[in-house]
Design a binder for this molecule. Sequence first.
Ligand code: NAI
Ligand code: MG
Length: 326
Amino acid sequence: MTHEIAVIPGDGIGQEVTPAAIDVLEAAPVDFEFVHGDAGDAVLEETGEALPQETRDIAADADATLFGAAGETAADVILPLRSVVGSFANVRPAHAYPGLDAVQPQTDLVFIRENTEGVYAGIESEITDGVTTCTRVITEEASRDIAEFGFDYANQNGYDDVTIAHKANVMRTTDGLFLDVAESVGDERSADYDTALMDALAMHLIKHPEEYGVVICPNLAGDMLSDLAAGLVGGLGLLPSANVGPDNALFEPVHGSAPDIAGQGVANPSAMILSAAMMLDHLGYGEEGDRVRAAVEDVLDSGPRTPDLGGDAGTEAVTDAIVDRL
Ligand code: NAI
Ligand code: MG
């Protein structure tokens, strides 16, 4: 069966790393049909809409979506797209790779981030001049879904350490609920787990990442802690992610459109290619996914490398090297 893949490159380096991932998928090789969709700052300027209905439909109808990055319109693009595909779990692995100058070479973390609520529910108001509020939504149902997904992920992927991140000492009602539900899911499964206050956890992750494995997080905490982990392993150019729902999924690098380097052809394609590898796993091409990861790791170790990793190669040269390994 040919899978249909929605491809939405977006803005900035999204336009450079997305074609790299397609090259690698074609070399994997897998028989995908790619359907192109537009979204982001440039489309907003052209059409008045950052996420046209046609693009939503393409993503909704496809078997999976590959998304590059959006710029200033990111919140208007990626948040609705994650909901179009019905994803509730954002999976963000942060591994240190051999041969790279990682701050913490023992890092092997996977953030399982709740993807639908928290402060990203988008309920903000200006009550009066100079006074604004943001409503933090935490529900039992979404907390249970993300905790079950996190414990299952740890179990299926051989992680012994599960940590539930929260700030229930201050946000007693919302994170109180998140923590209670996540703990009961762990208890129901007789799983080993720890709980950690998210601010202290940030410090511990920097000092001793090797003591952690899967980290189950509310939405904002997962966003921040995974970027922190990117810093531990060598930068945002290395972190892939999956947004997974019951029937559909979207794969994207953790990074944004990187306007500071966009258009120069020097973006690191690894995060995007590793996101495509997560898509291969998800669609049942685990062997191809492993081969893509091995090729990326090989090239990260021996070069060529992009400037963010201390090299002087461009996106295309690195992609060609990965395709050659395949
Ligand atoms: P960013 O991730 O775009 O860039 C942060 C830093 O990391 C920059 O110095 C950039 O050059 C570097 N970097 C990121 N990816 C890289 C790669 N593949 N290779 C080499 N270096 C890389 O985050 P920033 O600067 O905070 O945001 C830039 C724009 O991206 C903003 O307009 C923001 O709204 C948007 N954004 C979009 C996201 C999305 O579409 N999911 C996520 C995060 C930001
Ligand atoms: Mg982020």
